[in-house]
Design a protein around this ligand. Structure first.
Ligand code: SAM
Length: 263
């Protein structure tokens, strides 16, 4: 599977800079090449472990079921896919165990960065999971082939977000679910101030100490600020053809779950 770079001439944000969309693809790849081996530890340090609760909430919202084809795009080291596999299996057990009318789920982790996939494979998977390298902007899946699509802390890194959303819509079956977990805009100014102080001052420093890469974490913090707020992103999802789009704020809007239906 290969990346399909967006046409040159289009600009996209790379942190607080605007760069050619093609260049962004390479720059973001460099960031995740650099942070792959320390990615999970850094997530715990940066969020005080709260990212695990956000991921639990997002997985519960997606509600994976036995027999479903679930695609986790920008899946990184597989955090969401492991949750989906276990939840689908638990539902299968509740329905009396595997059988012709109660088959296993298939959970695909797709990420365009082989280093992140490798880190995930080394961490270990679940029997339902398979891993591949591929691009959110050109998914290697047929039309209407997926029951549920998710992208967690991935979409703000994608050079052409509307194109990634159109791809999500394309691969989902009628009645399929779309879920995005992403950093968003804190709703209260007190939270916003504390969060700004933490993210702009502490996170790049922690990235420097733990991952030996302050710049990559500076990018991650800046990319969060450049990402559209809850209602703007909701409109983008609707423009891609999704219906009944809802927003669930987490930790006062520090992160948000956007959920929609391919009808
Ligand atoms: N989903 C994982 C999680 O929640 O822990 C990983 C999130 S990590 C912050 C962002 C991931 O997006 C990286 O693994 C990166 O390689 C991937 N990514 C960025 N742009 C992508 C694209 N166009 N297609 C596929 N993956 C992409």
């Amino acid at each position: 599977m290969t990346d399909t770079a967006p046409p040159s001439g289009k600009t996209s944000s790379f942190g607080f800079r605007d760069v050619d969309a093609k260049e962004k693809v390479q720059l973001v790849r460099g960031v995740f090449d650099s942070v792959a081996s320390s990615y999970d530890l850094m997530n715990d340090l940066m969020s005080g472990g709260v990212h695990r609760l956000w991921k639990d909430a997002a997985a519960a919202k997606l509600n994976p079921r036995p027999g479903e084809t679930i695609l986790d795009v920008a899946g990184g080291t597989g955090d969401m896919a492991r949750r989906y596999s276990k939840m689908a299996r638990a539902a299968q057990t509740r329905r009396g165990g595997p059988g012709p009318s109660n088959p296993d789920a298939s959970v695909f982790v797709l990420d365009y960065n082989a280093e992140m996939i490798m880190a995930g494979v080394q961490k270990g998977g679940e029997p339902e999971m398979s891993w591949s390298v591929g691009d959110a902007m050109a998914l290697p899946m047929p039309d209407a082939s997926v029951d549920a699509y998710s992208i967690s802390f991935g979409i703000r890194n994608v050079a052409d977000i509307p194109q990634a959303l159109r791809e999500a819509r394309r691969v989902l079956k009628p009645g399929g679910r779309f879920l995005c977990l992403e950093f968003s805009r804190p709703t209260a100014s007190a939270i916003r101030k504390a969060y700004d102080a933490w993210s702009f001052h502490a996170i790049p420093r922690i990235g420097g100490w733990v991952a030996g890469d302050r710049e990559s974490y500076q990018y991650l913090v800046e990319s969060i600020r450049r990402f559209p707020d809850q209602s703007t992103f909701k409109s983008m999802i609707e423009s891609a053809g999704f219906s009944r789009v809802t927003v669930t704020n987490l930790s006062g809007g520090v992160a948000a779950i956007h959920h929609g239906w391919a009808i």
